[in-house]
Design a binder for this molecule. Structure first.
Ligand SMILES: [Ca+2]
Length: 148
């Protein structure tokens, strides 16, 4: 049996999906719990190449999201632009996602806070060189001031 024909069997496909999950090829997702931890695939071991993960955190209307990094060790960039491997965090402002910043190498982001009830975290790695990745915790908070 050739590799291509064995790959097309349902059994092989299920094994492929299970292995992909186990090896951290699947990442990101919709998150709606009040608190939790986001890590790069395979953390604290080295993350795989060519990954793109998006975590979309949504908390109840009127609440805010804080994000606190406890570790960040990504590939050192060749320039200061974080183009190879990076973590980028977005806030939703009037229905549009606005970047709060992009971080790479070992520069840990400051504690971040959304202005809405949604925060989006994106992790990207390119095809060469990796690191141990990152770990960050999000929490739901009640804003001190409400203008209603
Ligand atoms: Ca890389």
């Amino acid at each position: 049996m050739s590799l291509s024909s064995s790959f097309s069997t349902p059994c092989f496909y299920i094994l492929f999906v299970l292995c992909s999950v186990r090896l951290g090829f699947k990442c990101g997702g919709q998150l709606n719990t009040p608190t939790g931890v986001i890590t790069s695939p395979n953390y604290p071991n080295r993350y795989p190449h060519s990954r793109s993960c998006t975590w979309d955190i949504t908390v109840p209307e009127g609440r805010r999201v804080t994000l606190t990094f406890s570790d960040l060790r990504l590939e050192a960039p060749s320039s200061d632009l974080c183009k190879s491997d990076y973590v980028e965090v977005f806030d939703e402002l009037y229905g549009t996602l606005v970047s709060l910043g992009r971080w790479c190498h070992n520069i840990e982001p400051p504690d971040l806070r959304s202005t809405s009830n949604r925060m989006v975290v994106v992790f990207r790695s390119d095809a060469t060189t990796n690191g141990n990745g990152f770990s960050a915790r999000w929490d739901v908070v009640i804003p001190e001031h409400t203008f209603q």
